[in-house]
Ligand binder design. Sequence first.
Ligand code: SF4
Length: 68
Amino acid sequence: MKLVPKIDLEKCIGDAVCEAMCPDVFEMADDDKAHVINPDGCGELCDCEEAAEACPTEAIILEEVEEE
Ligand code: SF4
């Protein structure tokens, strides 16, 4: 199983905490919300669980998917 992150844009307040922790996975966009730029980046590039816990509004959703 691997974790694939998604952002709940309704909850995201754009404080860029996730981008600061994991710039290879999360990136702020023109809408002042975080977006996932590399859904396969959890693990090697980012501790996605740590980032999800650090998000003040719990806007980062981690889905467990089967490894291909
Ligand atoms: S840490 Fe959460 S609220 Fe902050 S930019 Fe990332 S997803 Fe949005």
